[in-house]
Design a protein around this ligand. Structure first.
Ligand code: BDR
Ligand code: CA
Length: 303
């Protein structure tokens, strides 16, 4: 199985991503680290622990940044509820987070690993930027990043910015400028892969995990015509079935100030960068029906 580290801010769609990842036979989740984003980091940590308790998975959790590198923290409780995980009555966790913080926990896992590890980031990239700044020696141990975030078309918190990048643009810039392989699964993909009302309904037939996910998705405030985007789940799909998301090489710059703050600008025409410069593979298309089928299949296989 492919070793991965999940860095996230659960959050309803992060919760669904955890559910799929920890139960997928092709993935070996070495560590889950948490960051402030959808709700406070204390709550995102609690939510990760509740999910691991729910699935009874012995995966370590380490708490990370309480706030973005430079900007004030603003949550998204208007979409993910005050707890970040409404719609299902979870048991209190029967485990605790590590005493080590997220950055040192990732560093330790990378240093111990006998092969480079893929890091999947589905929250603000504060922890990941701190890791790259504090432990540049870890870079050879990072196989690449699969990031939910950004957009090469429109944004969801401003006309140009997506929430994860907008929350900590300074961190996003450090990650995108790191020179490491990056796959950016942004709104160009995730808003095409809406979970339909039929899929949400079908979850009710899929046992305890299905009922739990049905509750979360029903409570989720990210509503679009045709369904709800489970943004972060797309990164897990990409990790196991990269052929299901169409990507293209791109030169991405993160805007860290001004009215376009948080935008991920793609220099497709190479007017700013040298013609051979590419720093990311950007997801540009996905088949929504395939996504819904795949998601239901994953849930049906959950114990
Ligand atoms: C992203 O923002 C968060 O609210 C979601 O969990 C997802 O990671 C979508 O813009
Ligand atoms: Ca998220």
């Amino acid at each position: 199985a492919k070793p991965i580290i999940l860095d996230m801010d659960p959050g309803i769609d992060d919760a669904a991503a955890i559910a799929v990842a920890v139960n997928h036979p092709d993935l070996d989740v070495k560590l889950i680290t948490t960051v402030a984003g959808n709700v406070s980091v204390e709550k995102t940590t609690l939510n990760a622990l509740k999910l691991l308790t729910f699935f009874d998975k012995a995966i370590p959790v380490a708490q990370g940044a309480k706030a973005p590198l430079k900007r004030p923290f603003e949550d998204a409780a208007y979409i993910h509820g005050e707890s970040g995980m409404p719609g299902y009555d979870f048991d209190q966790p029967n485990r605790q987070a590590m005493s080590t913080n997220a950055v040192e926990a990732i560093h330790h896992v990378l240093q111990q690993a006998d092969e480079p590890i893929t890091i999947i980031g589905t929250g603000a990239y504060t922890n990941l930027a701190q890791l790259l700044t504090k432990h540049p020696e870890d870079k050879p141990q990072i196989k690449g990043f699969i990031l939910m975030g950004g957009s090469i078309s429109a944004g969801n918190v401003s006309s140009v910015a997506e929430f994860n990048v907008f929350t900590d643009p300074d961190a996003a810039k450090i990650v995108f400028d790191s020179g490491l392989p990056i796959t950016m699964i942004g709104l160009d993909v995730t808003l095409k892969a809406l979970i339909t009302p039929e899929t949400t309904q079908a979850l009710l037939e899929l046992g305890r995990p299905g009922k739990m996910l049905h509750g979360l998705i029903t409570a989720y405030g990210d509503v679009h015509t045709g369904g709800k985007p489970m943004h972060d789940v797309n990164t897990i799909l990409y990790a196991v079935n990269p052929n299901l998301i169409k990507t293209t090489p791109a030169a991405i710059d993160v805007v860290t100030d001004g009215p376009a703050i948080g935008a991920t600008v793609s220099d497709f025409q190479h007017r700013w960068h040298p013609t051979d410069f590419y720093n990311a593979n950007v997801g540009i298309d996905i088949d929504a029906a395939n996504f819904n089928t795949w998601f239901l299949e994953q849930v049906s296989l959950m114990p």
